[in-house]
Design a protein around this ligand. Structure first.
Ligand code: ASP
Length: 449
């Protein structure tokens, strides 16, 4: 069995976490390829190394003294090195990075040093080869990962009998300059490595024991989802569940590699398995028809109305083209006969909404109305397909709670039902749905007494 194990920031936050990783790696000979994030927070007061590096860059750029930030970074790595008895030259490395920054090194270079230093320490601690992502993860001129080149370079560097640690989050552009991915991008590196080495499983080690049915900040102790499909994960994470980087699915999807979300703090917990198709398992052990409840607040709804619009062709596409022109990605477009509403994240409309509305008016609508503070909420589940009564019960529950539904959408694949409600109703709606559909009769009774 070949496994790629990616460890997130909280899993490499300090020496104690490094020791947990060592146990996890040594417990399974298949865990040969390790991808690491930069050290995350050890506790509430601590700072993520990546955040510190961004801060350093902002200070250096405007010539604001930031010795205190460099000192925090140095302390962080010295703490790990000294507690684990490693030999990495932390002071020398940091001095070199500072010198490069003074010489005008890019923000991408500086920010990538978090993953670089963390992986250097981890490789020594695990007695593994260190493979610099700059030498193996290649981007093309458009900034996309060049999988062919990456595969060739990485395979050439892997040493058959030895474990390897590869820093996540960055790679190189064709001229050799370092480029970082979007935040949380180490998940993508892990997925790329899993693709290249044809892993049997891509383990993503984090600080939660898998994907939870609902947000634990809103409901108490939501259960773990045992397994779900890539498509369900896409729906859940797009709608707000924040466990894996959105783009991490693509490299493994291509090769049908399962992802296993695990917790470094609970290594015996089997976590959540994400696969292309669960049907064989589902037959043996049928899943709950709702895999998860997820959502996000702060959308805006732009409603366009024109009498007799339904008899005209192309009005909606002209309106949508305006959003495209302003590079606003649209969430949903519920439509009536002579009206339709475009729903988009409010932050994507910031600074553009007046111009967008002005352009929409040029299409001769009778009215264009903008409403903010809309939340989108989804119930997602492969088990909802061809099962009647779910949306009825869902809407009835919200109705009984006095929650007004602003928009409704479901596609014919019936993977999810998405509704729009007012922001202020969001948490209560999640709690009501969770209590009604996920809790058993017994648990409901216990919760209410
Ligand atoms: N260190 C980066 C971040 O904080 C990348 C990662 O952890 O995946 O976003």
């Amino acid at each position: 069995m070949i496994k790629v194990a990616k460890f997130g920031g909280s899993s490499v936050a300090n020496a104690k976490q490094f020791r947990k990783i060592k146990k996890i790696i040594e417990a399974d000979a298949g865990r040969r390829f390790i991808v690491s994030s930069a050290c995350g927070k050890s506790d509430r007061e601590d700072h993520k190394v990546t955040d510190l590096l961004y801060l350093c860059h902002a200070h250096e750029q405007y010539g604001v003294p930031c010795d205190h930030l460099w000192a925090l970074l140095t302390q962080k790595y010295l703490g790990i090195r000294d507690e684990l008895g490693l030999t990495v030259d932390v002071e020398g490395q940091i001095a070199r990075i500072r010198a490069e920054v003074s010489d005008g090194a890019s923000v991408d270079y500086l920010v990538s040093r978090g993953e670089y230093l963390t992986s250097l320490c981890l490789a020594e601690f695990l007695d593994a080869d260190f493979i610099d992502a700059a030498e193996v993860i290649s981007f093309d001129y458009s900034g996309q990962v060049d999988m062919e080149q990456t595969s060739r370079l990485l395979k050439a560097r892997l040493n058959p009998g030895k474990r390897a640690v590869i820093p996540g989050f960055y790679g190189s552009m064709p001229g050799g300059l370092i480029k970082i991915m979007s935040r949380g991008g180490s998940d993508i590196t892990g997925s790329i490595v899993a693709n290249v080495v044809d892993a049997d499983v891509y383990e993503n080690w984090t600080d939660v024991p898998g994907i939870l049915v609902a947000d634990p900040r809103i409901v108490d102790n939501p259960p773990r989802v045992e397994r779900l499909t890539y498509l369900e994960l896409r729906e859940l994470s797009y709608m707000g569940a924040n466990v894996l980087h959105d783009e991490a699915i693509f490299p493994i999807h291509e090769k049908d590699i399962p992802i296993n979300i695990r917790s470094t703090n609970e290594p015996d917990n089997p976590g959540t398995m994400i696969v292309r198709d669960c049907s064989a398992e589902d037959k043996k052990n049928p899943p709950h028809y709702i895999t998860g409840i997820s959502g996000r607040k702060d959308f805006s709804a732009i409603t366009c109305m024109r009498s007799h619009m339904s008899t005209e062709v192309g009005v909606m596409s002209q309106a949508l083209a305006i959003f495209e022109k302003f590079k606003v990605s649209i969430e949903a477009v519920p439509a009536g006969v002579d009206t339709f509403t475009v729903i988009a994240p409010s932050n994507a409309l910031e600074g553009k909404i007046h111009e967008i509305v002005a352009e929409l008016h040029k299409l001769n609508f009778d009215s264009v109305r903008v409403e903010d503070k809309i939340a989108m909420l989804a119930i997602v589940g492969r088990g909802m397909r061809q099962r009647h009564g779910i949306s009825g019960a869902f809407f009835a529950e919200l109705g009984m709670a006095g929650i007004n539904i602003r928009t409704i959408s479901q596609t014919v694949d019936e993977l999810d039902i998405i509704i729009g409600i007012d922001n202020r109703d969001y948490e209560e709606a999640i709690r009501r749905i969770y209590n009604k559909f996920i809790l058993t009769e017994k648990e409901r009774h216990a919760a209410s007494s």
